[in-house]
Structures are given as structure tokens and as C-alpha cells.
Design a protein around this ligand. Structure first.
Ligand SMILES: C[S@@+](CC[C@H](N)C(=O)[O-])C[C@H]1O[C@@H](n2cnc3c(N)ncnc32)[C@H](O)[C@@H]1O
Length: 193
């Protein structure tokens, strides 16, 4: 695809995300974001247990978002929204210092080395996420792919705007669809410095 066309598509997607986001944002409320929210089990349960938080789940797959929406509507939740968006574009649309919590659960591991660049958690992405997070915001990462876990942890550990405090507790347990399929998994909780 020619560069100009790709740029025009990104600009129009960004505008669509901003239009969805704007009515949801309240100046005093910080958000809980799940990146790659999949079938929506985790965030629906999280929103139900934390009615004082406003939660947004984003994913690239419309059918998963539709299922997520049905779940949260059945639960009659008014503190949750689902947005069809790529994580990088979504963060661009978000005002700075708006995230209090970010969950990245069983994100696609892209096992082949030549595909690692497609992993969500990368140094540049961590920088963008840091500008959108309030000081002390939690970044909760969980995966069943140990090489991705080691790499993501290393990137966070080396990043000047994120810290990995000892003894951080995983804030909320609810097995996602991919967690239910995983024989085991590893997690970390980082904080925005
Ligand atoms: C392996 S699934 C895990 C889904 C869910 N978190 C779970 O644990 O069951 C990864 C999800 O992330 C979504 N995803 C992948 N890359 C993404 C991106 N750049 N932005 C938003 N969502 C993404 C995929 O569409 C998919 O639904």
C-alpha cells in the first residue's frame, strides 16, 4: 500500500477512535485500560468489582468486542466501554496522564524472532504508555510464553519511566480465555515512575 494511503487510513482511524473516546472521558476520572481484551471476561468482571473505575477494553477483532459488549450489557454495567482499535493508535488518541491501570493479558507472543517487532510491549510503546499514565499507574502484564515474559520484563526494567517494585500484588484474579488454556503463566506488575 502506498505510504500516503496508509497515512490517510491511520488518520481516519485515529479520528474514529477520538470520536468514540471523547464522550467517555471525564476530566477527573482516571481509566483502567485492557489492551487486547479478547472475549472480555476479565475486564467485565473487573468493572463489576470496581464500579468506581471507568474501564476501556480495546481489541483488533470486532467479533470478540461484540461478545464483550453483550457480556457487559447483560451485567448492566455503565462503567465500561469496548473500542475497536490498535493499541498504538488508541494511545495516540488518549489525553496524557489519563491511565491509572493498564492490563496486558496473554498478548500475542509472536514466537519467531523475525516477528518479535509485532509484540505489543516494546520500548517505544512503553514510552508512549508512560506519557498516557499517571504517576504510580500500574502496568499488569501476564503471559504463558516465557521468552516474551523475559523480554517484556527486561524492557520495563530498563525503561526510565517504569519501575518494578518488589512485592507488588496482582490486583484482580479472573482467568481469561487464554489463561484457561495455558498450563502455566508468569506475571509482573510495574509502576509508572
Ligand atoms: C492471545 S489473545 C488474548 C486475549 C485475552 N487477553 C485473553 O487472555 O484471553 C490477544 C488479543 O490481543 C488482540 N491484539 C493483538 N494486537 C493488538 C493490538 N495491537 N491492539 C489491540 N489489540 C491487539 C488480539 O486481537 C487478541 O484478541
Amino acid at each position: 500500500m502506498p505510504l500516503e494511503q496508509a497515512h490517510a487510513i491511520a488518520v481516519s482511524r485515529l479520528a474514529a477512535i477520538s470520536a468514540q473516546l471523547e464522550p467517555l472521558l471525564q476530566p477527573t476520572q482516571s481509566l483502567t485500560l485492557e489492551i487486547g481484551s479478547g472475549h472480555g471476561h476479565f475486564l467485565t468482571a473487573y468493572a463489576q468489582a470496581h464500579t468506581e473505575h471507568f474501564c476501556i477494553g480495546i481489541d483488533l477483532l470486532s467479533d470478540r468486542l461484540a461478545r464483550s459488549l453483550r457480556k457487559s450489557q447483560r451485567a448492566k454495567l455503565n462503567n465500561i466501554a469496548w473500542i475497536h482499535a490498535d493499541a498504538g493508535l488508541f494511545l495516540q488518541a488518549l489525553p496524557d496522564k489519563s491511565l491509572a491501570e493498564i492490563f496486558v493479558l496473554f498478548s500475542d507472543p509472536w514466537p519467531k524472532r523475525r516477528h518479535w517487532k509485532n509484540r505489543v510491549l516494546q520500548p517505544k510503546f512503553l514510552s508512549l504508555l508512560a506519557t498516557k499514565a499517571v504517576q504510580g499507574a500500574r502496568l499488569c502484564f501476564r503471559t504463558d510464553h516465557s521468552p516474551y515474559f523475559a523480554q517484556a520484563r527486561e524492557f520495563v526494567d530498563q525503561h526510565p519511566l517504569w519501575v518494578l517494585p518488589e512485592g507488588e500484588i496482582w490486583p484482580f484474579e479472573l482467568a481469561t480465555v487464554f489463561q484457561q488454556r495455558a498450563p502455566d503463566y508468569q506475571s509482573f506488575v510495574a509502576r509508572r515512575a
